[in-house]
Design a protein around this ligand. Structure first.
Ligand code: 3PG
Length: 306
């Protein structure tokens, strides 16, 4: 009997776990659940004899992969797979996949929740501002970026995007204006919503020079990855610009410093919350389970990323 481990430090909603189990029950697989683990050793032990693995932001390091003697496939139930050691997967002949698009709406909705919270001054009774008529820049027009555009339209925002990997026409058909450079995007937009992945090219790329271009009253929303921000540059900028707000769904490394220096201008969620809805958990979790069954039964590797 094939065995699949769901290893989630931040658990899926119970209804999503039920749905995942059902997919594996129907395939005749055994499901093992490891939630809220505190030590890597628990992960290493649980993964030892499984054929498949579902994770979220959990780290699938070379150590984890080497401990998984029978592993054939690991699926990151979500978009970003920077938490998987892809080289180690490839060396071991393990297929790595993600579930693109499945949790995107949840992330996009949170970006707006954070923007409204910030521009209404954390609902403290003082007079805030509105999104209508304001310029929003979508930095990277993937699945989340697309949902951000859709929601921004509902708010009556003026929508811009920059993404060198997506065809101009494909962005423009959504009623979004395409800008030719990242600098132009930051110069034009009071609100910028970040949706770039964390990789060698993007790490620390959101830096002092780029952020300095943003207009007065700038709001940077990061529901992507903390690694893409040059935190020293951001701190320097926020020291110089009292008008600048930073909202992040990932607690920055220098969170304590930022919170003490920029009270009221920074908002950080306690844990990455973008994809933490039952809908997103069901979509991404069940997609991951179905991808595992499709791969193990039919060799279907459609969402392979290594
Ligand atoms: C993703 O890459 O899909 C998001 O960052 C969500 O991550 P999570 O599943 O750990 O909440």
């Amino acid at each position: 009997m094939k065995k699949v481990l769901i290893a989630t430090d931040k658990p899926f909603a119970p209804v999503a776990v039920e749905g995942i189990k059902k997919v594996f029950d129907n395939a005749g697989y055994q499901t093992v659940l490891l939630e809220k683990y505190t030590e890597v050793s628990q992960f290493l032990e649980a993964v030892a004899d499984v054929d498949g693995l579902i994770i979220r932001s959990d780290i699938a390091s070379a150590e984890v992969l080497n401990a998984a003697k029978n592993l054939k496939i690991v699926v990151r139930a979500g978009a970003g797979y920077d938490n998987i050691d892809l080289d180690a997967c490839t060396k071991k002949g393990v297929v790595a996949m993600n579930t693109p698009g499945q949790n995107s709406n949840a992330v996009a909705e949170l970006a707006f929740g954070m923007m409204i919270y910030a521009i209404r001054n954390a609902f403290d009774g003082s007079s805030g501002s509105e999104l209508r008529g304001k310029k929003i820049g979508i930095h990277a027009y993937g699945n989340v970026g697309r949902y951000v555009a859709m929601i921004a339209k509902g708010f009556g925002m003026d929508i811009y995007a920059f993404d060198p990997f997506v065809k101009k026409e494909d962005i423009e058909k959504d009623g979004v204006k395409v800008l030719g450079s990242v600098e132009e995007l930051y110069k034009t937009c009071k609100f910028v919503s970040l949706h770039i992945p964390a990789n060698d090219k993007t790490k620390k790329s959101i830096n002092f020079n780029l952020l300095s271009l943003m207009p007065k009253g700038a709001v940077l929303v990061n529901t992507a990855r903390k690694e893409v921000i040059d935190e020293d540059g951001l701190i320097k900028l926020m020291e110089e610009r009292q008008d600048f707000k930073y909202l992040s769904d990932i607690v920055p490394d220098k969170a304590a410093d930022m919170t003490s220096k920029f009270a009221g201008r920074v908002v950080f969620t306690a844990k990455k919350m973008g994809a933490q809805t039952s809908e997103a958990n069901i979509n991404a979790g069940i997609a991951a389970a179905e991808q595992i069954v499709a791969f193990l039964e039919k060799g279907d590797a459609k969402f392979k990323v290594n």
